[in-house]
Design a protein around this ligand. Structure first.
Ligand code: ADP
Ligand code: ADP
Length: 232
């Protein structure tokens, strides 16, 4: 993305209103194929707004988003080929685990026939450590299990970019520490290109190949975790 600006409030398209919040203030960002890039910064610095703009859930007030040579700024969310995962996995409570994981497969090469779809669902559940959970009711899952199912669902259609917004922050600290390493391993096994938004240093350093540091709407630094640890 180039020169990305996201503003909220009246006059968001360029006015000088006092009511306008500039959440993202001129960000250039490139995610390399196959890498996990974490966006790290304090609450309110614009991480979520940036991610939502990449997803097409928030319009840009200036700048552009592209995938390689393909301009995406005017492309609606569901046609960008990106996957999304949020803090609360937002599983469909009335569908079992298998149907939740199969949800995004319609129209992909794993959508039909049924045995192909079932095989994909089984493989995704194995990947996240929930082999055999296909027929379980979503309402019987723990918070950690629900987020694993959400991860399986977002990875199933093999998105070219997976956008994760604080995917573990609704879990308690202990579980978060257990899951973050596992999540990084799953993303690497699947070869997924991912952008991972978090306010937690440890989480960013554990999961990411590179970390982008955001402050007050700007991307102030992008570096490997080791480089940031050495000179924070
Ligand atoms: P982060 O994800 O880093 O916590 P956000 O992108 O959520 O940051 O928020 C950045 C700024 O934009 C904050 O000042 C926040 O209050 C503001 N903001 C976020 N979403 C909206 C919205 N829908 N309407 C108005 N202001 C918003
Ligand atoms: P339900 O019992 O909820 O109606 P099923 O999973 O039995 O849902 O599917 C109903 C029809 O929709 C079947 O023909 C199936 O092939 C198709 N279908 C359901 N979900 C998907 C999906 N994720 N991808 C592709 N086709 C699907």
């Amino acid at each position: 993305m180039r020169g990305a600006v996201v503003r909220y409030g009246s006059g968001a398209q360029g006015g000088r209103d006092a009511a306008v919040t500039t959440a993202v203030d001129g960000v250039d960002l490139d995610v390399a194929g196959g890498e996990v890039l974490a966006l790290l910064g304090p609450s309110g610095c614009g991480k979520s707004s940036l991610l939502r703009a990449i997803a097409g859930l928030e319009p840009l007030s200036a700048g552009s988003v592209a995938w390689g040579e393909e301009p995406l700024t005017a492309v609606p969310t569901h046609r960008r080929g990106f996957g999304l995962m949020f803090q609360d996995g937002q599983l469909f409570p009335h569908r079992d685990v298998g149907r939740n994981v199969a949800y995004g497969l319609r129209g992909t090469r794993w959508g039909a026939p049924r045995p192909v779809r079932d095989e994909r669902v089984t493989a995704m559940l194995e990947l996240v450590g929930l082999a055999g959970y296909e027929r379980r009711a979503v309402t019987t899952l723990s918070g950690g299990q629900a987020q694993r199912v959400a991860l399986a669902r977002s990875l199933a259609p093999s998105p070219r970019l997976l956008l994760l917004d604080e995917p573990l922050s609704s879990l308690d600290r202990r579980l978060r520490e257990d899951l973050v390493g596992e999540l990084g391993a799953v993303l690497r096994t699947a070869g997924t290109t991912a952008l991972y938004v978090t306010h937690d240093h440890d989480e960013a350093f554990t999961v990411a190949d590179r970390v982008g540091v955001m402050l007050e709407g700007r991307l102030v630094r992008v570096a490997k975790p080791d480089a940031l640890r050495a000179a924070p």
